[in-house]
Ligand binder design. Structure first.
Ligand SMILES: [Zn+2]
Length: 266
């Protein structure tokens, strides 16, 4: 479920105005270009969506890796297996997230390209009908029919394709979603989240490591839950409580399984 929410957010962010800047810097991390950009409503929104997508990705990393390391730590007092399992879980999770994001955004991009190609064909083969259609759209947005007709004519003379893409499809043709960028950023946010439980369980002495990891994870989930709610402009209590309960269940279940398997095998 988290993944789905994140992908929607990411898709929104990717089709936003902000992406124009980002596609020209394909290899740059999403957070690395803070400067030199004057804030405006759309850009800000898009950046908030990026941030929310990042927070949710980090949550995935925290919960799944916490489950793995707590489970293995319940089965063995050794550090090596916990470290190995945690790193393997981190890598598998990051790759799986990136893959899911890549597929999802690629599909979205294919759909957008197909719609744009159809629009281009229509503009070439039935320009009059398209002009009338554009005027209708403007009229439905609240213009008088005269204004709408004039606006449609002017926009068609300027750049018919861009005008139709924007008004009909809500797409900027020069600014399609970038699947590689989505894949990269989700892998990074998952990895950052996953490092927290991994470090929290490896650093303390054996008798302390599970309590320390559990507390660190719950504190981190409370923070990311509240931050996610804040960025999404919703009340923090419910999402934070859900994160805490979900994270607790994940760790309790794997702790139980780890204890049972540890006793049976060891
Ligand atoms: Zn059209």
């Amino acid at each position: 479920m988290l993944v789905q929410v994140r992908q929607t957010l990411l898709a929104e962010a990717l089709t936003g105005d902000e992406d124009k800047r980002m596609t020209s810097e394909k290899t740059a991390a999403p957070d690395s270009e803070e400067h030199g950009h004057e804030p405006h409503a759309e850009g800000l929104n898009s950046r908030l969506n990026w941030l929310r997508a990042g927070v949710l990705g980090a949550n995935d990393g925290i919960v799944s890796t916490a489950g793995i390391v707590v489970g293995v730590a319940a089965a063995t007092a050794e550090r090596g297996p916990v470290f190995t399992a945690g790193i393997a879980g981190l890598a598998a999770g990051a790759v799986s997230m990136a893959l899911g994001e890549y597929v999802s955004v690629s599909t979205q991009r294919d759909t957008e390209s197909a719609m744009l190609a159809k629009e281009k064909w229509e503009l070439k083969h039935q320009p009059d009908a398209e002009l009338a259609e554009l005027a209708d759209i403007y009229e439905s947005k609240g213009m008088s029919s005269e204004t709408a007709e004039r606006a449609a004519t002017e926009m068609t003379e300027k750049d018919a394709f861009a005008a139709h893409a924007e008004a009909e499809l809500g797409i900027d043709p020069d600014d399609l979603s970038n699947p590689w960028q989505a894949a990269f950023s989700s892998a990074v946010s998952f990895t950052l989240g996953a490092l927290l439980p991994l470090i929290a369980i490896l650093v303390p002495p054996p008798s302390w490591r599970i309590p320390v990891a559990v507390i660190a994870v719950l504190v981190a989930l409370a923070l990311t839950g509240a931050l996610g709610a804040y960025l999404g402009k919703s009340s923090p209590w419910r999402p934070t409580a859900r994160m805490l309960i979900g994270g607790s269940i994940a760790m309790a279940v794997t702790y139980g399984i780890g204890s049972l398997v540890g006793t049976a095998v060891g």
